[in-house]
Design a protein around this ligand. Structure first.
Ligand code: FES
Ligand code: FE2
Length: 381
């Protein structure tokens, strides 16, 4: 890896080009409901550690993980108002990272001590943080997911490979017909799409054109720079409906990533409100590892297992290795999305390398169009 290599999208530490690029955008790092008042957490993201906590006011805060005094993790500390008090010697930092108390210092120099704090916002059940330099841009909003009929279901799961493999998979509609064939066969999605991709203000519009009716509808997906995918997701085990789905592929380190996703689920007729996807048993990554180690076959996973989609994708993605030498790929016309994705990333990384402004990536304020003829499709399948 060369730090100035504009084709290296995989390494994402703070000094890499891809790491600098990703840090120019808000990233979700945690599920809001899992962040309890008085229970700080140490979050591993973008190859760094951060302390995330919920203040007494209910607002979330993110600060650098190492206390500026003698560098123990602030996640071990105690929430005090909207600040955090270090466990080791009791220094107190407010929500903006300013030190305001040093109980063991006879002459306090708190004013001179600043922990780095990061803009943090809670939205759609996820906690988003801006890790970049300078003022944070506005957090992108998704009116398609606000005030919806139905329930927002939030989910976070780990994927045992580099995040860019997962991002590329979002531009690859053809894989659905192979990796998820058990599911697609069951509801009749059997026509391979003609892939059309176009650069947009927000990223890439991907259209999978199909001529058939019913489940073989033309699908539209909005892939958003640098690492989010917004689309309709086909039915999966335990979820018989198409669902609007927003997923961020966030690097944990260079060899592991997490998906943080929100989907709209129809209201349960029983009135039960489910806001987080239930924990899957067995864990999808246990099955992924068993399959990759040759101790079991994907075909032997119960087709009704709710984590089937995750295991299927994880096997295909981690089966490439944890980080891939992409120069060995042999791409075809069905990889148009991946080709455009790499082109845009390379273009942006070049600008970062040359200290030039990157494109002002932004989604429109209006709702984006999703599946063509959606109500009709729902009737037909
Ligand atoms: S290390 Fe945090 S107060 Fe000493
Ligand atoms: Fe998939």
């Amino acid at each position: 890896m060369k730090a100035r290599d504009v084709t290296d999208f995989a390494h994402i530490g703070p000094d890499t080009l891809a790491g600098k690029f990703l840090r120019r955008f808000w990233q979700p790092i945690f599920v809001g409901a899992d962040l309890k008042k008085g229970r700080p957490v140490r979050v591993h993201v973008l190859n760094e550690y951060f302390t995330l906590y919920r203040g007494d006011s209910g607002a979330p805060f993110t600060v650098e993980d190492r206390c500026p005094h003698r560098q123990t993790s602030l996640a071990l500390g105690n929430v005090d108002g909207d600040g955090i008090r270090c466990f080791y010697h009791g220094w107190l930092f407010n929500g903006q990272g300013q030190c305001i108390e040093q109980p063991a210092e006879k002459a306090s120099f708190a004013k001179k001590v600043q922990a780095r704090a990061y803009p943090t916002e809670e939205y759609l059940g996820l906690i988003f943080v801006y890790f970049g330099e300078g003022d944070a841009p506005p957090l992108p909003r998704f009116p398609e997911m606000e005030n919806v009929e139905g329930t927002l279901v939030v989910n976070r799961h780990m994927v045992p490979c580099n995040y860019f493999q997962r991002v590329e998979n979002d531009l690859d509609e053809s894989h659905v017909h192979f990796v998820h064939r058990v599911s697609t066969d069951s509801y009749g999605l059997d026509e391979l799409p003609d892939i059309h991709v176009t650069e947009t203000d927000y990223g890439i519009l991907r259209i999978g054109e199909r001529e058939g009716g019913g489940a073989n509808a033309t699908r539209t997906a909005h892939w958003m720079m640098p690492n989010a995918n917004f689309l309709d997701l086909p039915p999966s085990p335990g979820h018989p409906h198409w669902t609007v789905y927003l997923a961020y592929r966030v690097p944990v380190d260079d060899e592991t990533m997490m998906t943080l996703a929100v989907s709209i689920r129809p209201i349960d007729p029983s009135g039960a409100k489910q806001t987080q996807r239930p924990k899957m048993d067995p864990d999808p990554n246990f099955l992924t590892e068993e399959i990759l180690a040759g101790r079991m076959y994907l075909q032997d996973v119960d087709p009704k297992y709710p984590g089937l989609f995750v295991v299927q994708d994880n096997v295909a993605l981690a089966g490439q290795g944890r980080i891939v030498d992409r120069s060995r790929d042999r791409l075809g016309q069905s990889d148009k999305g991946v080709i455009l994705l790499r082109k845009l990333w390379e273009r942006e990384l070049k600008k970062i390398r040359d200290d030039k402004p990157i494109k002002n990536w932004r989604r429109p304020k209006e709702k984006l169009h999703l599946l063509v003829d959606r109500p009709k499709l729902l009737e037909e399948i």
